[in-house]
Ligand binder design. Structure first.
Ligand code: HEC
Ligand code: HEC
Length: 413
């Protein structure tokens, strides 16, 4: 065979080989997302390094089927929710999150619980909705009192991350109106957060848009939730502070062949790649009738129905997140008083609404909003305040028929 023929053959075969590799990478990425990490030292050193203090042993434990979590139900003291975490504003003892588990011989930082208070909201036409206002508590504190700000978070769904990543930065910035120059009551601020490579960048991921890249978000998850080090968080003891000496002194899973890390860059990249390739969850064509009401009521001012992207690798073309990825002040009821690199006290990133159709069957038992307090779409709307207060009031003023149309539309996204 001549060298030219060999080259030709290689070129012809290369795309197929690359495709097969990609398929394999996604399988491995999925397995890593579902993998139950174990405490160090274990016989399979590639799977150890959990904790010593941690919230869950796998990504999938908090994002079941790449979906969302829920808060504690409140009627069973054993129930600490699923994918539910108490974030902290950098507590000197507890760090950035309350870890509810410890490996053998290590005390958990505490247990999380919720109590719920019913509150009625009446509409001008007599319709009544019962909201449940949460009080979240941490009991059995292992290291004395918590002194930092406390914020309850439920794991959001993690489908469509590649699509969010592919939205051009300029398109997001074009929607920002931090001074509310157009006077519509809706401002919207772009998050500027530290970029993994240095400098500042647009924040897109997380409930307060505190992460510029999927790599940074996923690295934070390994570190904070599972207690494992990555190239972006090199300490093997996760969120343990200098005061938590037993945790820091415990055996860890960092290994020389992994560059002194528990999760080397290649492993992190496989998890990122798996999430990036999961298609957005809005897999049906939404019902047309309520779309105009969605805009007229003011929902679309934040829940942007569509962006064009050139380079989205799970299909290309437009994406339909129903979010502007900007931060909005949502008023005192939703405020948590915790400042992050992205959003501050009352600010939240507009929650994407794609995929609500997957939840329609569970309406009334859902866990919407950052802490999962809303059991359905209508409850979620009624908690909107701050910049979204006008839209909420317009919704309350709609006729029953129009409200039903709008709700049907939302449940079809
Ligand atoms: C203890 C539960 C828990 C575990 C374990 C967990 N997560 Fe999460 N995840 C959350 C919570 C809570 C949030 C929201 C955080 C916030 O407030 O920004 C989140 C947010 C995310 C987001 C951002 C989604 C968006 O819309 O911007 C991604 C991506 C993500 N997690 C990926 C992962 C990966 C990958 C792992 C495993 C390495 C993981 N998570 C493990 C609870 C968890
Ligand atoms: C000023 C911006 C803004 C406007 C206007 C707005 N929203 Fe939202 N919406 C948000 C933000 C921010 C969140 C996330 C709040 C949180 O997590 O606590 C959210 C969350 C939601 C959720 C919960 C989604 C989930 O997965 O948890 C629903 C449903 C929703 N909005 C529907 C609507 C509807 C319907 C309207 C119009 C009546 C509307 N929103 C108007 C900003 C807005």
């Amino acid at each position: 065979m001549t060298a030219r023929l060999l080259l030709l053959l290689l070129l012809l075969l290369a795309p197929a080989a690359a495709l097969a590799d990609r398929g394999l990478d996604l399988e491995i990425g999925k397995a890593l997302f579902e993998r139950l990490w174990v405490e160090a030292p274990a016989s399979t050193r590639a799977a150890d390094g959990l904790g010593p203090l941690y919230n869950a042993r796998s990504c999938a434990a908090c994002h079941p089927a790449a979906g969302r979590g829920r808060p504690p139900a409140g009627d069973d003291p054993e129930d600490q929710g699923i994918g539910f975490a108490i974030r902290l504003g950098n507590d000197p003892v507890y760090g950035r999150q309350v870890q509810i588990h410890g490996v053998t011989g290590h005390t958990a930082e505490g247990r999380v619980a919720a109590t719920w208070q019913d509150e009625k909201v009446a509409f001008p036409d007599g319709h009544v909705v019962v909201l449940r206002r949460p009080t979240f508590t941490v009991t059995g504190l292992g290291f004395g009192p918590i002194t930092a700000a406390v914020s309850a978070r439920v794991a959001p769904p993690v489908r469509g991350m590649g699509a969010l990543e592919a939205i051009p930065e300029a398109a997001i910035l074009a929607l920002a109106d931090p001074e509310d120059r157009d006077g519509d009551g809706v401002s919207g601020r772009a998050a500027r957060v530290p970029a993994p490579g240095g400098g500042m960048a647009l924040g897109r991921f997380g409930r307060k848009a505190s992460h510029a890249t999927l790599e940074s978000q996923d690295s934070d998850a390994f570190f904070l939730d599972i207690g494992m080090s990555t190239p972006l968080h090199r300490d093997p003891w996760g969120d343990c502070t200098p005061t938590q000496t037993a945790c820091r002194a415990a055996p860890h899973g960092d290994q020389p062949q992994f560059g002194g890390l528990e999760i080397p860059g290649e492993v992190l990249a496989l998890v990122d790649g798996y999430l990036r390739a999961l298609p957005p969850p809005g897999d049906r064509k939404p019902e047309g009738e309520g779309a105009a009401l969605f805009t007229a009521t003011g929902c679309a001012a934040c829940h942007t129905p569509r962006f064009d992207t050139g380079q989205f690798d799970t299909g290309g073309g437009p994406v339909h997140p129903y979010s502007d990825l900007l931060l909005h002040d949502m008023g005192p009821d939703l405020a948590d008083g915790l400042d992050e690199p992205g959003g501050t006290g009352a600010e939240w990133r507009t929650a994407p609404l794609w995929g609500l159709n997957r939840l329609a069957a569970d309406e009334g038992r859902l866990a919407l909003l950052h802490d999962g307090r809303a059991r359905g779409v209508e409850e979620a709307i009624l908690w909107h305040g701050g910049e979204a207060a006008r839209a909420r009031e317009r919704y309350r003023g709609l006729s029953r028929a129009d409200r039903d149309r709008l709700l049907r539309f939302l449940r079809s996204l």
